[in-house]
Design a protein. Structure first.
Ligand SMILES: Cc1cc2nc3c(=O)[nH]c(=O)nc-3n(C[C@H](O)[C@H](O)[C@H](O)COP(=O)(O)O)c2cc1C
Length: 323
């Protein structure tokens, strides 16, 4: 029997879904090459954040999330997906290759996950007062584990206070750095819509938040309004070690758990400052008594009304070779 590979239209659809993944500062640091029998995911290092992310850790997390979106979108089209992570040691920029072939029809859950790609958005405003159910948090933990990463819920009050203190310190440390501030402003767009970066409307800061949010507009003094009475769930996405392979796995776990949560009406905001720098990641790890290495902290809650941020067109990220 001859193998039935994904059609060019299916590949295009899969890459479009990948593009909707979350990425640090909405840098979308990925490229795709469609070959007759496989789809390659490559890092676009020209989009790496030189100040915030010198070793490309957050680039790998972002590309891992994009890879997860590929897998979800392909499955919903009834395609089977065989993935190899970092398949060629001589080409470290080749993060993964995927073979997409005709498979079993999509299940109801496959379709739900793919639908959640359009429902998931980073939510920086107040969450509704409704608590995230423990059963959902447990499901998210299992989701992360299934992707080869870990999820550490921060439920203990003392741990939460430790996290708040470290996050505030990490944030202050970054904001004092002129190079950091310059880089943030390069990726925040105040004017006409751009295909990448964080639009200023989406960068709003929550008044009175005890968990310090990244301040994309660098105008801390001007935040006003009634302090939010929310109690978000707080979780840490973590990995066994700190290598590119683990970063890709943690990125896929991040992508998967965000879709699973969005399907239940729960959105998230990464609180990246406390994991941007290795020294703070290690301090966080010891404050929370974790064995695993923290990769990203998320606040999560029920939310309505988040709007999509822009993305680059598929033509900018997909090259087709030999078809
Ligand atoms: C590795 C990583 C780190 C991120 N760090 C932050 C952060 O510190 N603060 C924040 O508000 N959003 C953060 N984000 C969310 C991105 O800004 C967001 O995904 C991007 O702007 C696209 O918007 P969307 O998620 O609504 O599609 C992060 C996302 C990723 C993948």
């Amino acid at each position: 029997m001859t193998t039935r590979y994904a059609t060019p239209e299916q590949v295009r659809h899969v890459v479009q879904a990948a593009g909707l993944a979350p990425s640090v500062h909405n840098t979308q640091p990925w490229r795709f090459v469609a070959r007759p029998e496989r789809l390659e995911l490559l890092a676009d290092r020209s989009r790496r954040l030189a100040v915030l992310d010198p070793d490309g850790r957050q680039l790998h997390l972002s590309c891992g999330a994009a890879l997860l979106h590929c897998r979800v979108a392909a499955r919903a089209l009834g395609l089977d997906v065989a993935v190899r992570l970092l398949p060629d040691p001589t080409r470290p920029q080749l993060l993964a290759d995927l073979v997409l072939t005709g498979g079993a029809p999509a299940s109801g859950d496959d379709v739900r996950m793919a639908t959640a790609i359009l429902q998931r958005h980073t939510h920086r405003g107040a969450f509704l007062e409704r608590t995230v159910p423990p059963a959902l948090l447990e499901r998210l933990r299992l989701t992360a584990e299934a992707e080869g990463a870990l999820l550490h819920p921060v439920a203990d009050e003392d741990e939460l206070v430790e996290l708040e203190v470290l996050l505030a310190a990490a944030d202050a440390h970054e904001e004092h750095d002129l190079a950091y501030r310059t880089e943030v402003l390069r990726w925040v767009h105040l004017g006409p819509l751009q295909p990448d970066g964080v639009p200023v409307d989406a960068a709003g800061t929550l008044p009175g938040a005890s968990l310090t949010q990244r301040n994309f507009t660098l105008t801390r003094g001007e935040v006003s309004g009634t302090p939010a009475a929310e109690h978000p769930a707080v979780v840490v996405v973590a990995s066994e070690d700190d290598r590119p392979l683990s970063w890709l796995r943690a990125g896929q776990a991040l992508g998967a758990l965000l879709l699973r949560a969005a399907d239940d009406g729960v959105q998230a905001q990464p609180l990246g400052q406390v994991t941007d720098v290795l020294a703070y990641r290690l301090r966080l790890r010891s404050a929370l008594g974790m064995v695993a290495v923290p990769q990203l902290v998320l606040r999560m809650g029920f939310a309505v009304g988040a709007s999509p941020t822009p993305r680059r067109p598929v033509e900018d990220v997909l090259v087709t070779v030999g078809r």
